[in-house]
Design a protein around this ligand. Structure first.
Ligand SMILES: Cc1ncccc1-c1cc(O)c2nc[nH]c(=O)c2c1
Ligand SMILES: [Mg+2]
Length: 214
């Protein structure tokens, strides 16, 4: 039986990236996915926008919904100051296995906690089980239908505070119309759109940055 896409991405990293060098892991994945096989990483067009928002927020406690192979996990974690942490949620165990190895290859395992399971089950456990008071930054990149319910769940669980920044991938392609309508019309958010392209393509996509106002 053949290999899976995450396994092929891990192999590309092991064969081309430098152990402990997050930049080389990012570059390797972008080269592989641009030239060999497309994959749903935030990529090297939207990636710098993600970087600039993370750098601006400098989160102490960050959350990522949707790890996949760990590409955006590494983009975020490499910018965190020591003592900060990123919790990333992945429901697919086969992806989680690969992502752990790619995150380790980048030397960032000490700043990342990868939790396996559905976000709707893990989010309500954040305070008690994972001792999170609130998140400073949330990257939404899992499944478009879950962006809105998970945002409401984060609100209900008291995991957002005045100034928490939500950044959502794929708000144009595949598109998250219900989420966009909510954050753009709710008085509890200040929202803005960063136009870009779907990873490794010329198709329009973008990131929506939404600040929770409390
Ligand atoms: C897979 C795909 N095909 C065509 C167009 C876009 C996508 C696509 C792109 C992404 O960045 C995604 N990120 C998280 N989760 C997704 O499901 C997802 C899907
Ligand atoms: Mg995405």
């Amino acid at each position: 039986t053949g290999s899976t896409q995450p396994q092929r991405i891990l192999k590309a990293v092991q064969n081309n990236a430098t152990w402990g060098d997050a930049e080389s892991v990012i570059a390797t994945i972008d080269n592989y996915c641009r030239r060999k096989e497309w994959a749903m990483n935030v990529g090297d067009d939207k990636g710098p926008i993600l970087d600039s928002v993370v750098s601006e927020v400098s989160p102490k406690v960050a959350l990522e919904l949707g790890t996949y192979c760990g590409y955006s996990t590494i983009r975020i974690a490499r910018l965190l100051s020591p003592g900060s942490c990123l919790i990333t949620l992945e429901f697919n165990p086969d992806c989680a296995i690969i992502a752990r190895q790619i995150i380790a290859w980048a030397g960032l395992q000490d700043r990342v906690q990868l939790l396996e399971g559905p976000s709707k089950d893990l989010i309500p456990q954040m305070k008690e089980s994972f001792r999170v008071k609130s998140f400073d930054f949330v990257f939404l990149d899992h499944w478009k239908e879950y962006y809105l319910p998970d945002t409401k769940l984060l609100e209900e669980c008291g995991l957002l505070r005045k100034g928490t920044v939500l950044l959502a991938d794929n708000v144009i392609c595949p598109g998250t119309p219900k989420y966009l309508e909510y954050v753009r019309n709710s008085p509890r958010y200040e929202s803005c759109y960063f136009k870009s392209h779907l990873e490794y393509t010329k198709v329009e996509d973008g990131l929506e940055k939404s600040v929770f106002l409390g």
